[in-house]
Design a protein around this ligand. Structure first.
Ligand SMILES: Nc1ncnc2c1ncn2[C@@H]1O[C@H](COP(=O)(O)OP(=O)(O)OP(=O)(O)O)[C@@H](O)[C@H]1O
Ligand SMILES: [Mg+2]
Length: 407
């Protein structure tokens, strides 16, 4: 006789007994562990004790990340919706099946076992498949404050301005886990719930366009903003599995989402044996993986240029498949010689094979004034050379990102 298939059960309340009974009576299935909590379930699955995990949606701590780890242990996941909860919410957790009662669980397990492959963990940073139309532009660059935030904020502001005629919606997201500053730069209240709240809702399967809209205040220009972590030490609140639904909701809410990323793309999980440990760079890596276009920004001085060349190599190693647009910021004769634009372009061509870098001028007066008044360049210094260059780049990015429905 074939060995029965082991089923792990983690269900709170009265429903547990009925499910256990139904599974025990089903031919070919065996309840191998009745888990008291999520930790016990994850440990049992990781030890290879069961091939199927049956969990109630209201099990404390159950979220997309937990389901992702169960899949990583090659366990199918069947979720029982909490009372009064729509089945869609359970499905949004990433479950393989949703069942209402014991008989439903047995049928769902039979269906899964009859199917082809065993579950396996998805690649950590593969973006959600999506049919929503919005595009994601990640603004990223190496350490040394090359101007990621300045560029992300002002690109988004210019796009929102340009979109006034078309009615397109533009969203700016602060995903920098090393000290997000978007709220301060735009003079927004620090207490806004922001990206941590969006990630929490995403992990719980509760984030859709309407929920994200409630978390993203609109500025006068129509630009929506999802503010960052109010304290950098809160970075463990942004695991990759919680951010995937955030990107999906961004695509549903906005035509274009501009993401201000942290600088670091080291995959720190390879340094640890604890695969449940959160990773500080998960937010940046998941934004890069979700992006339709990456704007890579480096500083136009010798150190910044060398960092930029290395950063382009590091970006390639993340597996980010989106096209890149390379931008050199703060370009000035005192740092690059009498013909700084030509010098910077020639260096990038030679050392990174980048033929068409965008060059932005150094413009301290415009940037300092905008910061001091918590305004965008368009508001504070509309005719400054930097503002004009950023507006031209915004127009290019708007037309260069793949057209609606091209995914
Ligand atoms: N083109 C520019 N000309 C002059 N100053 C600039 C320019 N771009 C950015 N700055 C200034 O450089 C500083 C750093 O910019 P910003 O905060 O945008 O960098 P960042 O890459 O986001 O840094 P961090 O690593 O802190 O996130 C700010 O004071 C900003 O005003
Ligand atoms: Mg920044």
């Amino acid at each position: 006789m074939a060995t029965p298939v082991g089923v792990l059960v983690a269900i709170g309340g009265a429903a547990e007994a009925a499910v256990v009974r139904a599974v025990a009576q089903a031919p070919g299935l065996e309840v191998v562990r009745r888990c008291a909590d999520l930790a016990e379930l994850l440990a049992a699955a990781a030890a290879g004790v069961g091939r199927v995990a049956v969990v109630s949606a209201d099990l404390p701590g159950l979220d997309r990340e937990a389901v992702w780890h169960l899949h990583g242990s090659e366990a199918w996941v069947v979720v029982l919706p909490a009372e009064g909860d729509p089945p869609e919410r359970s499905a949004a957790l990433g479950a393989d099946a949703v069942a209402a009662d014991g008989a439903g669980v047995v049928a769902a397990v039979a269906g899964l076992l009859a199917g082809a492959a065993r579950p396996s963990a998805p690649e950590p940073f593969v973006p959600e498949p999506h049919d929503a139309h919005g595009r994601i532009v990640a603004v990223w660059g190496p350490t040394g404050a090359p101007g990621r935030t300045t560029l992300a904020v002002n690109l988004a502001a210019e796009m929102a301005e340009a979109a006034r005629d078309t009615g397109a919606a533009v969203l700016l997201v602060d995903a920098d886990t090393y000290g997000g500053t978007v709220a301060q730069v735009l003079g927004l209240l620090d207490e806004a719930p922001g990206i941590a709240a969006a990630a929490r809702a995403g992990a719980a399967g509760r984030l859709d366009a309407a929920a994200l809209a409630a978390l993203t205040p609109r500025l006068g220009s129509g630009l929506r903003v999802l503010t960052g972590l109010s304290r950098a030490d809160r970075w463990p609140e942004l695991p990759a599995a919680s951010l995937e639904p955030v990107w999906a909701a961004c695509r549903a809410l906005a035509d274009v989402t501009v993401v201000d990323c942290g600088f670091c793309v080291e995959q720190d999980e390879v340094l640890t044996y604890d695969t449940r440990a959160p990773q500080r760079n998960a937010a940046t890596l998941s934004a890069l993986a979700a992006a339709d276009l990456v704007v890579v920004v480096g500083a136009g001085d010798p150190v910044g240029m060398q960092r930029l060349v290395r950063a382009l190599a590091a970006l390639g190693e993340t597996g980010c498949g989106a096209p890149w647009r390379v931008v050199v910021n703060r370009v000035r004769p005192t740092a690059s010689g009498p013909h700084p634009r030509d010098a910077v372009r020639a260096a990038l061509r030679r050392y990174a094979g980048v033929a068409d870098a965008v060059v932005l001028p150094d413009d301290q007066a415009a940037c300092d004034g905008a910061l001091l008044h918590a305004r965008t360049l368009a508001e504070h210094a509309p005719s400054s050379p930097l503002r004009r260059a950023v507006a031209a780049l915004a127009a290019e990015v708007l037309s260069a990102t793949p057209p609606v429905g091209a995914h």
